[in-house]
Design a protein around this ligand. Structure first.
Ligand SMILES: *Cc1c(COP(=O)(O)O)cnc(C)c1O
Length: 376
């Protein structure tokens, strides 16, 4: 099956009991056993039919051995981190999602799991950060909001040589455009709140693993910790994923036009978009991904100008989050990345005048008009 078909027919796409082509939402918390230990489902934290249909769908989308659905992206990421023990060390991309940075620095530190943040687009820096107790390399590509690119294959090769796990947050690229497991990753995580759900109406997280051992380990953690996704939200995600391919295709067209427009506008100082041939990592991204995605960041020089622009856009809604049908705009320094200390933000290049947009499904000419009016 090709990708577009997997979106519709992957996982369990027809209900066995009724033939329903939309998987029923199974609310039961417990299930009758035909004798002790003789059951298909036991208790809904351990397994639920609606969640299972979603989990098999995302497994098929990412080309892994097993999928798991969690109550949020952070529930998924923090559950994966429970693979590690006190005294372990992890290497992570230096501009990871703000919530991931907060979790790794404020919560994991309590369990004495050390994280070194490095520019993972630089292989030598990754190699230099490996310690005897290093257990994993955790990357995001493209990153948020500067859309930095890391070579998944190169990182996975370094990890394999050193006996480390490669974990990739694939939220921005989506499994429609990029499958890290095909490039050697062991674990893929998603904030399914974004493109997978796609309609700004569900908070969810996904983990897909590439071995029987990791399948067992993550299932054990999911069942022990209990940060599962509920049946209603699982159903919403299945429904969202059915149109992921078609949404990403449309978003791709619009984003490249919007990026070109911004690039040619005299008031815009700098545009970050992996589709530009001069974007750092453009060639690597093209090699490991089939699309550039719907995220564009641009710098208009100061927080005053950014405030003025934000007050003037009508179709780009000022909001956190991304990846939905409606176009969104945000100011990372004071929103998504506010929890990162100012000095660190500046080091990374997340300036006060940097705006980030998530391109939605509106008519691209209306979106360009909206930006054009606001910039004027
Ligand atoms: C939003 C996001 C997360 C966190 O996901 P939640 O669903 O909000 O918990 C993690 N990684 C990336 C890249 C994100 O954009």
């Amino acid at each position: 099956m090709r990708k577009k078909t997997v979106m519709i027919h992957g996982g369990i796409s027809v209900d066995k009991a009724t033939g329903a082509v939309s998987i029923p939402i199974s609310h039961a918390s417990t299930f009758k056993q035909d004798g002790i230990g003789n059951f298909k489902y036991e208790y809904a934290r351990t397994g639920n039919p609606t969640r299972e249909a979603l989990e098999q769908l995302v497994r098929d989308l990412e080309g892994g051995v097993a999928g798991f659905a969690f109550g949020s992206g952070m529930a998924a990421i923090s559950s994966v981190m429970q693979l590690f023990s006190s005294g372990d060390h992890i290497i992570a991309t230096d501009d990871v999602y703000g919530g991931t940075f907060r979790y790794m620095t404020k919560v994991m530190s309590k369990y004495k799991i050390d994280v070194t943040f490095v520019d993972t687009s630089d292989k030598d820096k990754v190699i230099a950060s490996i310690q005897p107790n290093t257990k994993a390399i955790y990357i995001e590509t493209p990153t948020n909001p500067l859309l930095k690119i890391t070579d998944i294959k190169a990182i996975a090769a370094i990890a394999k040589e050193n006996g480390l796990l490669t974990i990739v947050d694939n939220t921005f690229a989506t499994p429609y455009w990029q499958n890290p497991i095909a490039h050697g990753a062991d674990i893929v995580v998603h904030s399914a709140t974004k493109y997978l759900g796609g309609h700004s109406d569900v908070v969810a997280g996904i983990v897909v693993v590439n071995s029987e051992k990791l399948k067992e380990d993550i299932h054990f953690i999911q069942n022990s910790v209990g940060a599962i996704l509920g049946p209603q939200d699982s159903w919403l995600l299945i429904r969202g994923i059915k149109t992921l391919a078609i949404r990403m295709e449309e978003i791709e067209q619009s984003s490249s036009k919007i990026a070109e427009f911004l690039q040619s506008h005299p008031k815009v100082q700098k545009v970050y978009y992996p589709g530009f041939t001069n974007h750092p990592g453009h060639d690597i991204h093209k090699h490991q991904s089939n699309g550039f995605g719907g995220m564009i960041s641009f710098d208009i020089g100061s927080s005053e100008l950014a405030d003025q622009l934000l007050a003037k856009t009508e179709l780009f809604t000022l909001a956190e989050s991304l990846g939905a049908v409606e176009s969104l705009i945000s100011l990372p320094a004071r929103m998504t990345h506010a929890s990162i200390p100012k000095e660190r933000r500046e080091e990374l290049g997340i300036t006060e005048g940097l705006l980030r947009i998530s391109v939605g499904l509106e008519d691209v000419d209306d979106l360009i008009e909206d930006l054009s009016n606001a910039l004027q």
